[in-house]
Ligand binder design. Structure first.
Ligand code: SF4
Length: 64
């Protein structure tokens, strides 16, 4: 299945790991967010890795 949507919940602590793992998709200010122009299809593997590795499971991935 392909990733159709990615978002970050309020649980995010701003640790920065996801931005390091996949800077094409995640950006960090106080908390992480998903870039508006993020190419999810080109970054699926790294998005899944970032979601798996987030210490507070704040990265939500919807597949379709
Ligand atoms: S890895 Fe998780 S907690 Fe860390 S910045 Fe990304 S979303 Fe936030």
């Amino acid at each position: 299945m392909a990733i159709v949507r990615v978002w970050v919940t309020e649980e995010c602590t701003g640790c920065g790991l996801c931005e390091t793992t996949c800077p094409d998709v995640f950006q960090l200010n106080d908390q992480a967010s998903v870039k508006e122009d993020a190419d999810l299809a080109a970054n699926e593997e790294l998005v899944r890795q970032a979601a798996d590795e987030c210490p507070v499971e704040a990265i939500q991935v919807e597949e379709g």
